[in-house]
Structures are given as structure tokens and as C-alpha cells.
Design a protein around this ligand. Structure first.
Ligand code: NAP
Length: 265
């Protein structure tokens, strides 16, 4: 059975820019009410005014702070009643070799890309299970399925999120709650500019980049059709297919891609 988004409440982290912002617009177009969360409240207010309805609620949230996560969920419930879909989208990368990446940046990636998503899921799941429906959507990455050098820690956090989604889906079997894993490939957002760069410069990874609106449409479709996993971009699908047959060849390709995109200074 399809999942209708009409009047559903969708809580989106990282809604101030890039994929999250376009998701907010796409879910809004699909008739949902949006809790748009990120640190930049000014950008969220612009998003809400662009949507032009009272169906978008901007919420200032640093997802790495536990008390803020709890408060944001409570605030969303107090305004919209319930959360039907949690979209764990906020993310950040620090590019650079493992040995040179400061531990604070490693911790930030783990906290932001993984722990925050796990905790937000823990906070919304009891009400979804009690209701017998809901969706947790986790935005991983193609590099969560096949790591790339100099994005090793970032890749590992996305692999953790992927594995978490698989296990959680099994735990929730029969509850009516869906767990949807989306692995975008290279997408045209401010991600590369926002990323930390330690001992490398960073250019776009793939020759072709998806526009974020296309990723957002794919995420809405995945919710409607209750998909389990969605991998995006032809290059992303290809590398994961190659990996199924030969890890050695997939590693060799990603080594070249990594060298080209993130040359050492
Ligand atoms: N772009 C790509 O090529 C690509 C490929 C695969 C996967 N992804 C994944 O897709 C997701 C979205 O990436 P994007 O490309 O849209 O990146 P982006 O344009 O850099 O946007 C990142 C979003 O995350 C938010 N964010 C960062 N730190 C946060 C924090 N501590 N608390 C709350 N929000 C925070 C930012 O908002 P504030 O700064 O306002 O907080 C922003 O809204 C990420 O998980 C990323 O890993 C991206």
C-alpha cells in the first residue's frame, strides 16, 4: 500500500540548504506539513515564506546537541500534534587523510552524521510504533556503500547509517513503521564548500552531479512507494554494482576518483 503524504508531518533536519531545503519544498508540494530544522533560523524563515503557507514550521536546531534534539521534537509535537516522517538529512564532511584529521572533526562527523540520526529516531519511534505507522528516512551516501579515500571517516559514518537502517528495519518489521535508506551520489549543493579540508583540496567527485531538486523528488517517491533503499546517480549505481562482483576493482576505481577529486596539497 502507498504512503500518502497529504497532511502528514515531516520533520527534516538540515532543511536550511541543499537537499534538505529542496526536500522541504517537495514534501510541502505533496501536501505535507513540514518541520524545517537547522541551525540557520534566518534561512529557514526564508524557506517558510517562499512556501507561503502555515504548513512550514522553522525550528532552530543544532542536531549535535541532545537537549536541543529533545526540545525540537517536543516543540514540533506541540505545534503539529505528531511526527509522521523523520528525515535525517543534516550532514557534514571533513576531507583529508585519516592521520591528519583532528579528532574533533572525527567526533563532529560521527555525532552529526550518525548519533544525531539514531537519537532522533529513538525519540520519534515510540509514537510511530504506538500509532502503527510512520517513516524514518536516513540520508546516507553512495560512499556509505563503497568508501572513498580522504573521505574515509565521512564514508564510515554513512556506512554506519546504512547498516543502522538495515537493522532498524528488521527490528520494526510488523509495526507499520518504514525505514528508508537513500544514498545520493554527487549532488550540486554547497556541501563541498561547507566541508572541512585538512590536507587536501576538494573538487566535485563525479563528472555529472544531480540537482538537489531531483534528489528531493526521489526521496518523496521513496516515501510514497515505501521503498527500502534508493541509490542515486548512474555513477553511484555502477560503483555499487561493481563492488558486488569485485571489491578490488571497486577500490581501484575509487582510489582514482579520490585522487582526482581530492589531490593532496
Ligand atoms: N551533496 C552531495 O554530493 C551529497 C552526496 C551524498 C550524500 N549527501 C548527504 O546529503 C545530506 C545533505 O547534504 P547537502 O548536499 O544538502 O549539504 P549542504 O548543502 O551542505 O547542507 C547541509 C545541511 O545540514 C545542516 N547542518 C549542518 N550541520 C548541522 C547541525 N549541527 N545541526 C543541524 N543542521 C546542520 C545545514 O544547515 P545549518 O548550517 O543551517 O545548520 C544544511 O541545511 C548530508 O547528509 C550529506 O552527507 C550529500
Amino acid at each position: 500500500m502507498r504512503f500518502s503524504l497529504e497532511n502528514k508531518v515531516v520533520f527534516i533536519t538540515g532543511a536550511s540548504a541543499g537537499i534538505g531545503r529542496d526536500c522541504a519544498k517537495a514534501f510541502h508540494r505533496a501536501g505535507a506539513r513540514i518541520v524545517a530544522a537547522a541551525r540557520s533560523l534566518d534561512k529557514l524563515k526564508v524557506l517558510a515564506s517562499e512556501c507561503g503557507t502555515d504548513r512550514v514550521l522553522p525550528v532552530q536546531l543544532d542536531v549535535t546537541v541532545r537537549s536541543q534534539r529533545e526540545k525540537a521534537i517536543e516543540f514540533a509535537r506541540s505545534r503539529f500534534g505528531a511526527i509522521d516522517v523523520l528525515l535525517n538529512n543534516a550532514g557534514w564532511a571533513c576531507f583529508g587523510s585519516v592521520g591528519k584529521t583532528p579528532l574533533e572533526d572525527v567526533s563532529r562527523m560521527v555525532e552529526l552524521n550518525f548519533i544525531a540520526a539514531v537519537d532522533l529516531a529513538r525519540l520519534v519511534l515510540p509514537e510511530m510504533i504506538a500509532r502503527g505507522n510512520g517513516q524514518v528516512v536516513n540520508i546516507s551516501s553512495v560512499v556509505g556503500g563503497q568508501a572513498i579515500p580522504r573521505m574515509t571517516v565521512y564514508s564510515a559514518t554513512k556506512a554506519a547509517l546504512w547498516s543502522f537502517s538495515t537493522g532498524l528495519r528488521m527490528e520494526l518489521r510488523g509495526t507499520g513503521v518504514d525505514v528508508i535508506l537513500v544514498a545520493p551520489g554527487s549532488t550540486r549543493t554547497g556541501f563541498f564548500d561547507a566541508a572541512g579540508k585538512i590536507d587536501t583540496t576538494a573538487r566535485r567527485i563525479a563528472k555529472t552531479q544531480y540537482p538537489p531538486e531531483r534528489v528531493a523528488r526521489a526521496i518523496v517517491r521513496a516515501c510514497n512507494h515505501r521503498r527500502r533503499e534508493v541509490v542515486l546517480t548512474a555513477e553511484g549505481k555502477t560503483i555499487l554494482l561493481i563492488r558486488r562482483f569485485s571489491h578490488r576493482i571497486a577500490d581501484a576505481i575509487m582510489l582514482q576518483v579520490g585522487k582526482r577529486a581530492m589531490p593532496k596539497i
